[in-house]
Design a protein around this ligand. Structure first.
Ligand SMILES: C[S@@+](CC[C@H](N)C(=O)[O-])C[C@H]1O[C@@H](n2cnc3c(N)ncnc32)[C@H](O)[C@@H]1O
Length: 261
């Protein structure tokens, strides 16, 4: 518990170096990014694989942390708006980030495979919900230390899926007695979110960060759930292992069209 508190102080200090005021609607909240970073520190993650970059708010913070600590970041996005994507790439050019354009359903498979020798943390903020969970589950191997997903809304099945592993997946419970920098970050975050008219709740965080051990990994990798529709993690993993990356994106699309999930 002490290690997480200390790591959260280090992460909060980084965010307080000008990142709170730059928060934009739709981005992960500052305390949520800081919590993910703190977990990366306690789990000694060497490479983060992020999917969902948009304007690069979370990406820039993760990239800054990577630069300062000799870590790496792989950031995947569909980049559907070329002008927006180009502006984002320019902003991030100075950081050690592998910027990937493509569908996370296939790129996650490629990168999870390439990074087998690294200590990896997954962070998904697009796609969302069950498809994002099955995609991360499919990519789990012994080297993956963390899996995190954004927009776990209160009362949702996806949030319950994360909470079954313990309430410390959210910072409110994991950091019951945070230090002074964290408290400052939280105060500043609330001010900025109010100023910007944030659409999301400020009461409860929605970034679930799950620390993985071999028992949890096995349970999640092997999960069979109706909410996964056709994209059961073991099916996705089998397609990736055959190199059928494009087919994986098609599988998710088909599942949505046929089953609505
Ligand atoms: C909410 S935004 C991400 C915001 C960012 N994480 C931040 O905190 O600033 C969601 C992004 O996910 C991307 N996205 C959605 N589905 C995707 C998919 N299947 N593969 C890759 N990117 C996807 C969208 O293009 C969009 O840019």
């Amino acid at each position: 518990m002490g290690a997480l508190r200390a790591a959260a102080e280090t992460a909060a200090a980084l965010l307080l170096e000008g990142y709170v005021d730059r928060w934009v609607e739709g981005a992960i909240f500052p305390c949520e990014v800081a919590f993910f970073l703190a977990r990366c520190m306690t789990e000694d993650v060497s490479v983060v694989v992020e999917s969902g970059r948009q304007d690069g708010y979370s990406t820039e913070i993760l990239g800054d942390w990577a630069r300062r600590n000799g870590r790496k970041l792989v950031s995947i996005d569909l980049e559907q708006d070329p002008a927006r994507a180009a502006a984002c790439r320019r902003r991030l050019a100075h950081l050690p980030i592998e910027l990937v354009k493509g569908s996370a359903y296939e790129e996650f498979g490629r990168w999870a495979d390439r990074l087998r020798g690294a200590r990896v943390g997954f962070l998904v903020d697009g796609p969302k919900g069950w498809p994002a969970i099955s995609m991360m589950a499919a990519g789990l191997a012994e080297n993956v230390r963390l899996m995190a997903i954004h927009n776990l809304t209160v009362g949702s099945g996806e949030r319950a899926f994360f909470e079954q592993f313990g309430t410390e997946v959210f910072y409110e419970t994991a950091l019951a007695e945070p230090g002074p920098r964290w408290r400052e970050l939280r105060k500043r975050e609330i001010e900025v979110a109010i100023r910007e008219g944030a659409a999301r709740s400020l009461e409860m965080s929605s970034l679930g960060v799950l620390v993985l051990d071999s028992k949890r990994r096995e349970r999640i990798r092997g999960a069979l759930r109706k909410e996964f529709g056709l994209h059961q993690p073991r099916v996705v993993r089998a397609l990736w292992s055959l190199g059928a990356y494009r087919a994986t994106t098609k599988l998710y699309g088909l599942s949505y069209r046929l089953l609505g999930r």
